[in-house]
Write a protein that binds this ligand. Structure first.
Ligand code: SAH
Length: 458
């Protein structure tokens, strides 16, 4: 099979990078055969070593750069190379925004065959660092002491980390002090191989507007030695800590959270605002990690929805009701649907908290619940979808086509499935009007996109 490759494994070759993959690798082509090379940027000339050959594509390693891209910058983070969290720190921020714009435009054309849609420049951050409101770090041991940080690329070795430059500073500080406090009180780290030890992960989450911090200790079982002293020390370490929670994960698994959650001290929730809407966030709640850009994203969705107060709106894949509550302020009625029951409990609580009464939330699959609503006579003027990476279920898309809302607002975290779904909706009588990418995750390859589609055959 690999005979088709025009190069050989371990061969050194000179290339020019033409493109960037959605993983952030440079793409060089040899007789049309693509080689993916970490750290290569479009336009750069380089010597690479061929590392691996597959049918149709291969991988290489950057050996020497002959000509650098004008967009290349020195990565800010000292652990950028070892950590897999960021992929684009070697590209200037304007360069990152252009790369994300190209990515969206390219898949809409290639996969979606969408023509004449306006793809606006990516809405980026003024300061694209220190934006995350949630730190979630694995804990290990080295020479008897605790370490907490990140898994080294392609491995399960934990590297100790003092600071993560895309993390809000106070979350970093909280993680550091929890590490020290647990170490002082003799807490052992969980060991994946032996399934022994106690502390698996530390999570710190903070409200951007309120400043409130929640700490979650994820442990292998309910035992936490010297629990009371640990709690006292944590409370004293930072006055903004309003909630200390223990989550128990008894399983041999890579999944971080277990099923049981206990409040050790303080509140079950911390609060935060997006715009003027207040949210109660529990240890397990899904909450967007970049609050500043979430506001930008939701404002854009709201603008595209273009509500006057008379509309019925459906928010599919509504999570804890964030977009639904935003929309409800300007609509007659909003229906939200989401598959995770706890998220819907949060959504209902958040509606009450904000005294928003024109919303109704249902637990279930969007592709099952929305057809039922339609049968029961619910007719949406505007339909908002915000699906996970795999995109919308085909049944849901068919229901949207039958329901004929005036507008569909599609919020997507994966341009490829977005393009696929837009094609189906276009074939069903909608036209892609505007596309607005938003940079929710600077320094990484992820891009979020909001699309406005309008009904054409009225
Ligand atoms: N709109 C929310 C959440 C978007 S994330 C926000 O902005 O915060 C996508 C959500 O879709 C997740 O909460 C996930 O639990 C949910 N989900 C996944 N598959 C689903 C399905 N088939 N039907 C309904 N919801 C689903």
């Amino acid at each position: 099979m690999t005979k088709q490759a025009p190069v050989q494994k371990n061969e050194y070759i000179d290339v020019v990078f033409e493109d960037l993959t959605h993983e952030g690798n440079g793409v060089a082509k040899v007789d049309g055969y693509p080689l993916f090379v970490p750290n290569g940027l479009p336009g750069e000339k380089a010597k690479i070593k061929v590392i691996k050959l597959n049918k149709g594509y291969g991988f290489g390693r950057l050996i020497e750069l002959y000509e650098k891209s004008p967009d290349r910058v020195e990565p800010n983070c000292p652990i950028y190379k070892e950590c897999g969290g960021c992929q684009l720190q070697h590209l200037s921020y304007p360069g990152q925004l252009r790369a994300k714009h190209n990515q969206v435009q390219e898949v809409l054309t290639r996969i979606g065959k969408i023509e004449n849609a306006i793809v606006h420049p990516v809405l980026g951050m003024e300061d694209p660092w220190r934006y995350r409101n949630k730190a979630q770090v694995p804990v290990g041991e080295r020479e008897g002491g605790l370490i907490a940080g990140f898994y080294q690329k392609r491995s399960h070795d934990i590297i100790d980390m003092e600071a993560c430059l895309i993390q809000q500073e106070k979350n970093d500080e909280v993680v550091q002090s929890i590490k020290r406090i647990c170490e002082k009180h003799g807490v052992r780290a969980y060991n994946e191989q032996t399934h022994k030890g106690t502390l698996r992960h530390i999570m710190a989450r903070s409200g951007m507007k309120t400043g409130e911090i929640m700490v979650v200790l994820i442990t292998r079982n309910t035992d936490l030695p010297n629990k009371n002293q640990i709690i006292q020390d944590i409370i004293q370490s930072n006055p903004d800590i309003k909630s200390i929670v223990q989550n128990i994960n008894t399983k041999k698994t890579n999944v971080i959270f277990g099923d049981e959650t206990k409040v050790l001290w303080g509140n079950e929730f911390i609060y935060d605002y997006i715009g003027n809407i207040r949210f109660a966030i529990s240890a397990r709640s899904f909450y967007q990690v970049n609050p500043e850009q979430t506001k930008v994203l939701y404002d854009q969705a709201l603008k595209y929805a273009g509500l006057s107060g008379k509309e019925t709106v459906i928010d599919a894949y509504c999570g804890i009701g964030t977009i639904s509550l935003f929309l409800a302020q300007q609509a007659k009625k909003v229906y939200g649907v989401e598959i995770v029951p706890e998220a819907i409990e949060d959504a209902k609580r958040n509606a009450k908290l904000n005294e928003i009464e024109n919303v109704e939330f249902a637990v279930g699959e969007a592709e099952t619940v929305i057809p039922k609503w339609y049968e029961d006579g619910v007719k949406a003027d505007v339909l908002v979808v915000d699906p996970p990476r795999k995109g919308c279920d085909e049944t849901l898309l068919q229901t949207i086509i039958e329901m004929k809302p005036k507008k569909v607002v599609y919020v997507s975290c994966n341009p490829a499935t977005l393009a696929r779904d837009l094609r189906i909706l276009e074939d069903g009588g909608f036209k892609t009007a505007e596309v607005q990418p938003v940079d929710m995750f600077p320094q990484t390859m992820h891009v979020e996109t909001v699309v406005l589609m309008s009904r054409v055959d009225k």
